[in-house]
Design a protein around this ligand. Structure first.
Ligand code: ATP
Length: 267
């Protein structure tokens, strides 16, 4: 597929590369139209956090890895955006923490479920739950079609990683007693607020880092991991993330501008 050429000198080169991958995902039927819009909301928050993984997000990732490793039935819930951006990292993480993968869409369509499952299988996944009739169980806490889950996956999961989820489903999963780990650039979203643990970071940066952390922690004693998993206070975590954005904006507000035109492009 023809890609737009992105200059490495562009201050947002990485962000533009991510956009290209989503557009490609949209063209192949993996990403929903609404997924493109949802990504834009995330991008705006990435500006605010400085487009890099914060120490706060790293702390959250360590506990998230412990939660997944300590769980009996960990599941990674995958939607179109997550599949288009980090399919390989999802597969790598499932291997480290022995989790299942379930396709779980906000805008359900069999074609998209099949396209996402194929992408995940091409990335090395042996099993992909939640496709079509496999989502035969219903979550009582949700009224719409979005309540459908796989009885072998999210229904029985005790820990669910939801990179990019909507607030209703996050709330429902938490009400069901599951530990919900969200990756969300927006600390103010309902997902971020309702989750047991929120990694405030771009999924594109967070997934590979989370996988590396899980690989380091996997040999630790299960009891120790269990203690680490319950040591987390998401209110404090989100307070820190919001304070960091606040501090960064205060510093930028003093400067007014923070980018300068490079010499060679002035002519
Ligand atoms: P909620 O229902 O949780 O309040 P929302 O209505 O904003 O959230 P959506 O529009 O479904 O939710 O999803 C967008 C969410 O995903 C936003 O919170 C956005 O910050 C986040 N998001 C989008 N792209 C990324 C990304 N690449 N990495 C991390 N988070 C992202």
């Amino acid at each position: 597929m023809k890609q737009t050429k992105i200059s490495p000198r562009h201050p947002r080169a990485e962000s533009l590369r991510i956009r290209e991958r989503l557009i490609e995902g949209y063209k192949t039927g993996v990403v929903a139209t609404a997924g493109l819009v949802a990504h834009g909301r995330g991008e705006a928050f990435d500006y605010l956090i400085g487009e890099e993984t914060t120490s706060n997000a790293l702390k959250a990732m360590k506990v998230a890895a412990a939660m997944l490793l300590a769980a009996k039935h960990p599941v990674i819930s995958v939607n179109g955006n997550a599949a288009a951006l980090v399919a390989e990292d999802v597969v790598k993480l499932t291997k480290e923490v022995k989790a299942k993968i379930e396709v779980n869409l906000f805008h359900r369509s069999l074609e998209r479920e099949v396209a996402i499952a194929k992408l995940l299988r091409d990335a090395g996944a042996k099993e992909v739950l939640g496709v079509g009739e496999a989502s035969s169980a219903k979550i009582r806490e949700i009224a719409s079609e979005r309540r459908r889950v796989d009885p072998k996956g999210i229904l029985i999961a005790d820990a669910v990683l939801v990179p990019l989820e909507d607030g209703d489903r996050t709330e429902a999963l938490v009400k069901m007693g599951k530990r919900v780990i969200a990756i969300d650039l927006n600390p103010l979203s309902r997902t971020a607020q309702f989750a047991t643990l929120t990694i405030v970071d771009n999924i594109d940066r967070a997934m590979p880092t989370l996988t590396k952390i899980a690989a380091k922690l996997r040999t630790e004693d299960k009891k120790k991991l269990g203690r680490l998993a319950i040591s987390f206070d998401n209110k404090e975590n989100l307070r820190e993330a919001t304070k960091m954005i606040n501090g960064r904006l205060a510093a930028l507000a003093k400067k007014g501008t923070y980018l300068t035109i490079l010499e060679e492009s002035k002519t």
